[in-house]
Design a protein around this ligand. Structure first.
Ligand SMILES: [Zn+2]
Length: 84
């Protein structure tokens, strides 16, 4: 019978780091396209074509949009077309 494997994380793993964003995407998704709010919920994901993107959700008006990372800041709809 083998001893249980120790799967604890390394001791130097900083606790609480998961509560901080890995990257600051406020430049990629600066504001809500609908109401202009700047306190957005931002998630970094990939578009179906492989481009890295930020999905932003507005807590004020519940608008959602995609922003291409390193793009021009245009808010995109679910199909990748610019929001109007
Ligand atoms: Zn909004």
């Amino acid at each position: 019978m083998s001893a249980p494997r120790d799967r604890r994380p390394p001791a130097d793993e900083p606790l609480g780091s998961i509560t901080r964003p890995v990257v600051d995407d406020s430049a990629t998704a600066p504001a809500c396209y609908a109401c202009g709010a700047r306190d957005l919920t931002r998630l970094r994901l990939a578009l179906p074509d492989g481009r890295p993107a930020v999905f932003a959700s507005c807590p004020d008006c519940e608008a959602t949009a995609w922003f291409v990372v390193d793009g021009d800041g245009t808010a995109l709809g679910p199909d990748g077309a610019p929001r109007r």
